[in-house]
Design a protein around this ligand. Structure first.
Ligand code: NAP
Length: 312
């Protein structure tokens, strides 16, 4: 297949496990492949301190290391990895056009969208006010600043559990605040939480207000069953309440479901022929690295098939 300086058979947008797996399969299938992966390729897993459910790693592996390996693998197989964001995409007509850094234009016969998801926020005005001043959405980025201090993590899923465990390595105490009486996190993580003496789980509480002066000094919680208010005095609030699909570049061009996920069939074909989607951007259910990787594989195989078909 063909590749010139600005045209590729397949352009992949996104550099998580879905994007890199798609790139690896597409390039091995003989396509000229470009991947736009942002300034720091790797996606959400860059912020995962330890991964112990990606096959092939008997010891836990840091997310950043896993992604570095995927990046190296893709590059060594011949994928052109652009460490810049795709800024605009015109997916209405083939060849599809992607505008990237410096308004440079790239075209492709097929596009695979693997832009993943971005962290969700609580939506409290005080949360916005204190972002970067005690409120964080990234435990692995900011945990270090809370050595010997008390912090809380909001959320009850795997991310919140992993963040709490990671923060317990620095902080003197970690409150995990969950709005229900049962965690959503997997059993293994729950066991780890329960056996960590630095972690206290506060069930049935929702955050109402983050308080402070220049910086955060505490958080007000409400017991969702009794309505009673409770205040925790601490300088760090970590928000880990899930993720929303990252579709801002394409939302007006592709069909999305009610949750904002790209609608793609089992072949990862979206509502536009030749445009495929893989990983968390189209997966409202599983959101696992290994599922995203498999999804990227399917998208690449289908994109290769599509390119063969349109050549006939
Ligand atoms: P998640 O599973 O959707 O959990 C989000 C949590 O935040 C839930 O407990 C939810 O409460 C709570 N929440 C949502 N909105 C809230 C609000 N406004 N106020 C207070 N709490 C709120 O998200 P996640 O933990 O980021 O995980 C996403 C996916 O990635 C999951 O499929 C997970 O398995 C996967 N993941 C896997 C790993 C791993 O395998 N190592 C690590 C991280 C993530 P409710 O429970 O009441 O809904």
């Amino acid at each position: 297949m063909t590749e010139n300086i600005n045209h590729f058979d397949i352009i992949i947008i996104g550099s998580g496990p879905a994007g890199f797996t798609a790139a690896i399969y597409a390039v091995r299938g003989g396509a000229g492949v470009a991947l736009f992966g942002g300034v720091a390729p790797g996606g959400q897993l860059l912020y995962a301190a330890e991964i112990e459910n990606f096959p092939g790693f008997p010891e836990p592996v840091a997310g950043a290391e896993l992604m570095e390996r995927m990046l190296k693998q893709a590059k060594s197989l011949g994928v052109r990895v652009f460490q810049e964001d795709a800024l605009k995409a015109d997916l209405k007509t083939a060849p599809f056009t992607i505008l990237a850094g410096g308004n440079k234009k790239y075209t492709a016969g097929a596009v695979i969208i693997a832009t993943g998801a971005r962290a969700r926020w609580l939506g409290l005005p005080s949360e916005q006010k204190y972002t970067g001043k005690g409120v964080s959405g990234c435990a692995t980025c900011d945990g270090f600043f809370y050595r010997g201090k008390e912090v809380c993590v909001i959320g009850g899923g795997d991310t919140a559990a992993e963040d709490a465990l990671f923060l317990a390595g620095f902080a003197s105490k970690v409150y995990l605040v969950h709005r229900r009486d049962k965690l959503r996190a997997c059993v293994r993580l729950q066991e780890k939480l329960n056996s960590n003496p630095k972690i206290e789980i506060i069930y049935d509480h929702a955050p109402v207000e983050i308080v402070g002066g220049e910086k955060v000094t505490g958080i007000i919680l409400k017991n969702v069953k009794t309505g009673a208010a409770r205040r925790l005095d601490l300088p760090g609030v970590f928000v880990a309440i899930g993720h929303a699909p990252e579709t801002k570049l394409f939302g007006d061009q592709l069909k999305l479901d009610d949750g904002g996920y790209i609608i793609a069939d089992e072949r990862r074909q979206t509502s536009l022929k030749g445009v495929f989607a893989a990983g968390d951007v189209m997966d409202p259910h599983y959101k696992q690295a290994v599922v995203a990787a498999g999804s990227g594989c399917v998208a690449a195989l289908e994109a290769l098939k599509y390119l063969e078909e349109i050549k006939k």
